[in-house]
Design a protein around this ligand. Sequence first.
Ligand code: ADE
Length: 548
Amino acid sequence: MELLRFSAFWCGTILFGSIVLEQTEAMPGLVRWSRLCKFCDVRPTSCSGTGTCTSDCDRSAICVDRDEVCVSIWRKTDDNITMDTVCHNPALRLYGLILDDYNSSRCEMRERKGMGSIFFICSCSEDECNDGVVFTHIPCLSSPASQVGSVILVSLGPLLLLAVLVISFFYWYRVYSQRNSGGKRKKSPQRDFSDGQAIIMSEEGSESSSTLANNLNHNTELLPIELDGQVGKGRFAEVYKAKLKQGTSAGEHAFETVAVKIFPDEEYASWKNEKDIFSDADLRHENVLHFLTAEERKVERQYWLITAFHPRGNLQEYLTNHIITWEDLWVLGESLAQGVAHLHSDHTPCGQYKVPIVHRDIKSSNILVKNDLTCCLCDFGLGLRLDNSLSVDELANSGQVGTARYMAPEVLESRINLENIESFKQTDVYSMALVLWEITSRCDAIGEVKEYEPPFGKVRDHPCVESMKDSVLRDRGRPEVPTGWTNHPGLQVVCSTIDECWDHDPEARLTAQCVAERFNDMEDLDKLSGRSDSQEKIPEDVSVVDEK
Ligand code: ADE
């Protein structure tokens, strides 16, 4: 088992190899690894917000992205004081703020506005520099400067006192006159970092918001969110594009674009399940939708999940409206497999234990396309955390769930092996194979590209379990893979990978991790063959291989 963990860890490192290593600009030839940061997410702290504190976080993590820096966030609400330690890419906003102090080697806390609470953030760029944080904004009464001042006061006597009084008078006079001329300056002894410095306006259609995952918005105040249009509708909830307001900057309203998934009262269970899955900080991954927070909107009798917004929408919509290149296929396919592999994994990229999760409703409409054309998984309403405490009964009660069109044969038959948690992962891999087929069917490297059709498209609009049983179990049918699709060397590997993922025998299927590695290897294969995209496509005959 240890050996397995070890190799899996290195596998992860290799997987992320291209983003973990970097040539440093200052010293070409030197290689910079990703940073090591304290990474405990939100936890209560004894730090009172003055002087120096340590994070009390016993978990250090190698940041996934080489650009990420170490960040600490100190927050005080009516109920508690928390410290949040994480890695974060300073190119992305955090709570709508730009991290502009990350070049420092130490983490100096500064007050920021928002979220209805007192809120301090610092960032820095040395390993574990977010462990010790310094609050410099409040005058420290016991500072050496004031001690020296006292000694001088006592020893030099009344003369010095007089001088100090005179200087104090002039100082007070200057401050007083400045206040009068400055008009509206704050009385607070803390530094005032204006919104203009800290917040930038969100561009319409910008990639996504980047605020950290939080379990539930415990603030009594709800987030200032203004809903725009509806962008999606699922079984349990509707999704809206929305503006998360961030106060004003230079007289204009600053905001961050977010997505809000709204569950009606009667879908509380689905909201709770998705919220609980999202709340696991270990779920965070570039190919998993970025969760911001959850809210109970009691007045409206609604439950909200607030996440990053991705303007390109879901993969089904994207494939319907776009023909993609071989390179696009490769990016979409690899990122999808990486997202599923991360979900299924029992360790984080840093090798720490994590609870494996199965999605159980993987389909192209539950996958979002990010601006860089990578995928991220969303809609965890049917997700299941495979922790060791789950009994066979609990697993059995979880029933036949998902979308009939994408259900693996053993799910259609309700014959999952409940003794083995791998069985649940194998059903996800089957569904992922159907999505990979959908992606391939819209790639110009296959030859003639037809209109988008879902897998088993001809069955009917929303096939029921019984008709899917006929196609998948009785006829052992799978979507067509015309022979012409395999004239491209990369596509050959993709098609055989798909074939191995939708095998009737769940145990014979590849793991998502293996699929991700295959895609990774395919990049080199494509370079070696001197092709960078789908230029060499061969118009093809369309023979059918839907019987296994
Ligand atoms: N549809 C569903 N969720 C979405 C999101 N987070 N961004 C954009 N479109 C979506």
